[in-house]
Every structure is written in structure tokens, then in C-alpha cells.
Design a protein around this ligand. Structure first.
Ligand code: ARG
Length: 563
């Protein structure tokens, strides 16, 4: 990290009694106004230490700094602003990126640290919704980002394959179901039954009792119930797998809720022995008033376990199996209270490791402004959305590049990439509306735009088609090139930031900006002109392809060389 490293090396001898190299590096900012400097170091947090006003600290430090390696070092208010020597910095940045290739931006802070990520986790016998798409792509990307920092990531699909809804489904199937219809189109047929159940139960509440009884039988191991449940589960998994293949997401474990069936009693007993749980109207609960949370339900009055009970057993299992450094749960923000309760109960039992469990919440997707709900039957079938996106991508490709050889493959990468990118480009907590036409545009802040920029840069390299002289100095100092180089230099810090915030949008926004800056450069530069700077320009183009491809890769998106 060229400019940043230089600043760290310069400031460390002056500040090493107060700050470490890592701390200094983390404090470095990019000034909003590029005229103020290429990079800036804020000193206001040092006011206490030095017992001085920040602007005086900045001025004093500037006096002491060896500024010979920079173009300029000035104090502006509480900031020390650095203008880098463009020629030197561009050479160093480009050399580093070309040397390191796809390793650029990686570190080994995660070595030997396990991070289970609970992600996707759809419910059996329901279609995967856009909400599960969010969990899948956010979880996968967080995993890829952490893997770049050398963490050992374990992707876990905590399938919703247990709970009272299976009682409802079984009752609905036994009453109104048709075996042949379920065989022919399983998930759709099961959803119909589920929707039916809810409609009919509004008029006839005894159906709910029947469902509860059926689930109880399932929990007690009734063979017929188990047979139906297994069948529903297998059929659902087949459909989910098709979507995961389209998204190119793999899981290390499919241990869903049912897996914890025989592991819940231990924690229920522990809660009782330690006097953490109480019985309330026949139900077992943990009162969490002290934590300002609603009570956690551990067992219903009929003895049936709950989502919470299974998550408690799951937390222990993951702790004992993975000895995790962090345990992540990528689940919608409507479950925030559930995860707060989960951690609170574990802490009551004296498990400090619960502090390393993090809920990574995200906002809702609406479709044309409407909330999606499986129960009312307004479901967006993810597979349908992906297939439509691929078709739209194909239309664009046929228009733009009719001679492209592997159109099918590229349309797949672009269509699927567009849906993923759209999901990841806004802060995950924001809700957003989904409009497919917008998502697959080649212009604007879209995935296809970034992929297209990558392909354009790649085609320049193909035209040039020569190896770079590694003895040459890659010096560039015009404003367009410099803007690109500064962005490239930011990449390692951006990856770090995305990792600490569990926020793929940091990467998505970054690749958009890099693509925009590169397109400005491209529009204003004759890259392939045979003059003495051609090698430097090609080095820049190559560095851009490396970083765009890697950035898209961290989002789980492919970067085709041609499109
Ligand atoms: N199946 C749940 C749902 O669709 C999500 C499960 C999340 N993971 C967990 N360990 N609770 O709402």
C-alpha cells in the first residue's frame, strides 16, 4: 500500500509512543476535496495526549516531518494533508498490483481462525424468496471477503426443516393433497397447500390444533409423519440446489433445524439446572426483562420446542465443533430481537463466547413497492427472476456484440451477476425495490456496467498483446491516470473495511467508482499510442482488470473477458 505505507513510515517515528503502525494506517483518510491532498491524516484524536488544539498539533507535526518523499505536506485545520509524488507513487502502486495479481489486497490476519456463516437457510416446502436470495449472496460475499483475509469460512445452510409449519403442511396434504400433483411440481404444490391451510384456518381454527398435534407426532418420531416430512424436504432441496448452482454458491454444511432435534434437551436441562428458565402458564421461558427484551420461549405448554430452542442447541454445537473466532448469522433485520434474545440467554448461562456471535441483518426487498409474503401467496420465485435476468442480458449482448462466441455462458454470468450486484450495492440494512429491467442495464451503477468496463480494459490488453518490460518504471502523472491510481491504491483498505463492517456494499461501491474513473481515463487518453509512456498506460489498464475482477469476485460475480 504505497501512499499509505509512506505516510505510516513517515509518522510512526513521531507518534510511536501513542499509536501503532496499524492504528496510523487505519486513521488515514481520502480528502473529499482532491485539491487538499491525495491522503490526509486527522489528528483530533491526539488532542488529549498532546494537550494541545488539533490545528496546532497538525502544524507542529508538519514542521518535524521529512517531506522529501512527498510532493507537498501541509497542515489544514486538524488534518495533515499529503500530496504524493505522482510518478513515484504510480510506479509503486502499479508494480505492486502486477506483482501480486489476485493476491493484491489480501492479508493473513484470519489465519487459523474459523468463521461459521449461517446463510441462505430457506424454509423447506416453500420457494426460496428474495429475502433468502439476500441472505445467500450477502453471506457468500462476506465469506469471500473474509477468505481474502485468510479466515477459514464455513458456509452453513441452516435449513428451516422443522417447526409447527410442518404440522400445517402435513395436515393440509392429508386433507386436500394429491400425490401426483406434488410429484410433478413439488414446491409450487406444497406452497398451494400451505396457502390453502391459512385461508381455511381463518374460518376454522380447529385446523391449527390439528397442525400442532401433527407436529408433536412428527417430533415424537411417528413413521408416517417422518415419511411425509422427508419427502417434502428432499423435493425442496432439489429445487434449492438448482438456484445455488446458478448463483455458484456452495455450502460446507446443510445441518438445518431438524439436525438439532436430539441436541436440544441438554440446553433445556442446563437452563433449568442453573435456574435461568421459569415455567409460565405451562410454557418454559427465559425472562429477559433485565435485558429489556421480550421473554425467550423455550418450550410450549404442549412440550413442543421452538425456533429459539433449536438456535440455542445450534450455537453450542457450532462453538464445540468450530471453536469459532466469530460466528455469523446473515438473517433479515426482522429477526434482530431473536438474535439478541439468543445471545442474552447464552450469556445468562455464563457463555462469554456469545459475544463473538454476530447477527448480520439486512433490509427487505419489495417488488414494485410491495412487501413479499409467502403466506399470502405473493412469492417471487428466485429461479424465475434469475432466468429472466439471463434473458435480458442475452438481448443486450446480441445487440452489442452479435459475434460473441460463448454468448450463453456470458449471458448467464451477466444476468446472474446483475441480480447479485443490485442486491449488494446498497448498504445491506437499506430496503430496496426490485425492478429487473433496471438491474440488467449496461449503463448506470450496475453489475453489467462494471463487467463491461472490465471487458473493455481486457480488450485493450489483447490489442496490445505484448509482455511488459518489468525493468521499466510505470510513471504517470496526468489527472485522469492519477485518479485511477489513487483508487487502485485504496483497494486493500477497502477490503479491510468491508470485512470489519461485514458490508459487501463497500466493495460494490468501490468497483463502480473504479470503473467510472477508468472510463473517464479511457475517454480522455490514447492508450495505445506508440510513445514512451505506452508501457505505463498498459500497466494501468492491466492493474484495473486485476482489481475489477478481484472486486467482482469478492461479490461472487464473474468477470468475462469479452461481452
Ligand atoms: N429459516 C429462517 C427463515 O427463513 C432463517 C434461519 C436463520 N438462521 C438461524 N440460525 N436462525 O426465516
Amino acid at each position: 500500500m504505497q501512499g499509505r505505507q509512506l505516510i505510516v513510515d513517515t509518522l510512526l517515528p513521531l507518534l510511536n509512543e501513542h499509536l501503532s503502525a496499524e492504528e496510523i494506517e487505519r486513521m488515514i483518510e481520502v480528502p473529499a476535496n482532491p485539491e487538499h491532498g491525495d491522503l490526509a491524516f486527522p489528528v483530533y484524536t491526539l488532542a488529549r495526549t498532546f494537550r494541545k488544539a488539533p490545528n496546532l498539533i497538525a502544524a507542529d507535526l508538519v514542521e518535524q516531518i521529512d517531506s522529501s518523499k512527498f510532493d507537498q505536506v501541509v497542515a489544514i485545520g486538524p488534518y495533515i494533508n499529503f500530496l504524493l509524488d505522482r510518478n513515484e507513487a504510480s510506479n509503486e502502486t502499479l508494480k505492486t498490483i502486477l506483482d501480486q495479481g489476485s493476491a493484491y489486497g489480501s492479508t493473513d490476519i484470519g489465519t487459523d481462525k474459523n468463521v461459521p456463516i449461517d446463510m441462505s437457510s430457506p424454509n423447506i416446502a416453500k420457494p426460496m424468496s428474495m429475502g433468502h436470495l439476500r441472505s445467500t449472496v450477502i453471506g457468500n460475499s462476506v465469506g469471500l471477503i473474509l477468505e481474502k483475509l485468510n479466515y477459514n469460512v464455513i458456509r452453513i445452510n441452516h435449513l428451516g426443516d422443522w417447526g409447527t409449519q410442518f404440522g400445517k403442511l402435513i395436515v393440509a396434504y392429508q386433507k386436500w393433497g394429491d400425490e401426483a400433483a406434488v410429484m410433478a411440481d413439488p414446491v409450487n404444490e406444497l406452497v398451494k397447500l400451505y396457502v390453502d391451510f391459512h385461508e381455511k384456518a381463518e374460518k376454522d381454527p380447529t385446523l391449527e390444533d390439528e397442525a400442532r398435534a401433527a407436529f408433536k407426532k412428527l417430533e415424537d418420531g411417528d413413521p408416517e409423519m417422518i415419511r411425509l416430512w422427508t419427502w417434502f424436504k428432499d423435493e425442496s432441496l432439489k429445487e434449492f440446489t438448482r438456484v445455488y448452482e446458478m448463483l455458484d454458491v456452495q455450502f460446507d454444511s446443510y445441518n438445518g433445524e431438524a439436525f438439532y432435534n436430539d441436541k436440544m434437551q441438554a440446553v433445556v436441562d442446563e437452563l433449568e439446572e442453573k435456574g435461568v428458565s421459569t415455567v409460565d402458564n405451562g410454557a418454559t421461558i427465559v425472562d429477559l426483562e433485565a435485558e429489556n427484551l421480550p421473554p425467550a420461549l423455550i418450550k410450549k405448554s404442549d412440550g413442543a420446542t421452538l425456533y429459539m430452542t433449536r438456535d440455542l442447541a445450534t450455537a453450542y454445537y457450532r462453538y464445540n465443533t468450530y471453536h469459532f473466532d466469530q460466528s455469523l448469522y446473515v438473517v433479515g433485520n426482522e429477526q434482530s430481537n431473536h438474535f439478541k434474545q439468543l445471545k442474552a440467554v447464552l450469556k445468562r448461562l455464563g457463555n462469554d463466547w456469545a459475544d463473538d456471535m454476530h447477527h448480520i441483518p439486512f433490509g427487505l426487498i419489495t417488488l414494485n413497492g410491495k412487501k413479499l409474503s409467502t403466506r399470502k401467496g405473493q412469492i417471487v420465485l428466485l429461479e424465475k427472476v434469475l432466468n429472466e435476468a439471463i434473458e435480458l442480458a442475452m438481448e443486450q449482448i446480441v445487440k452489442k456484440n452479435p459475434d460473441l462466441e460463448n454468448k450463453e455462458e456470458v449471458a448467464h454470468q451477466v444476468g446472474v451477476g446483475a441480480v447479485i450486484f443490485h442486491d449488494l450495492k446498497t448498504d445491506r440494512l437499506n430496503s430496496f425495490d426490485f425492478n429487473l429491467e433496471e438491474v440488467v442495464q449496461f449503463e448506470g451503477e450496475t453489475g453489467p456496467y462494471v463487467q463491461y468496463t472490465h471487458a473493455r480494459a481486457h480488450s485493450i490488453l489483447e490489442k496490445y498483446n505484448q509482455a511488459l518490460d518489468d525493468q521499466a518504471a510505470f510513471t504517470l502523472d496526468d489527472d485522469y491516470a492519477w485518479a485511477v491510481i489513487k483508487k487502485l491504491d485504496d483497494y486493500p483498505a477497502i477490503v479491510q473495511q468491508a470485512a470489519t463492517r461485514y458490508e459487501p456494499s463497500v466493495i460494490a461501491k468501490y468497483v463502480i467508482q473504479l470503473a467510472q474513473l477508468f472510463n473517464k481515463y479511457y475517454g480522455n487518453t490514447r492508450i495505445l499510442d506508440e510513445d514512451e509512456a505506452i508501457q505505463s498506460r498498459i500497466a494501468l489498464v492491466k492493474a484495473v482488470t486485476i482489481v475489477l475482477k478481484d472486486g467482482l469476485g469478492l461479490l461472487g460475480i464473474k468477470a468475462p473477458n469479452k461481452m
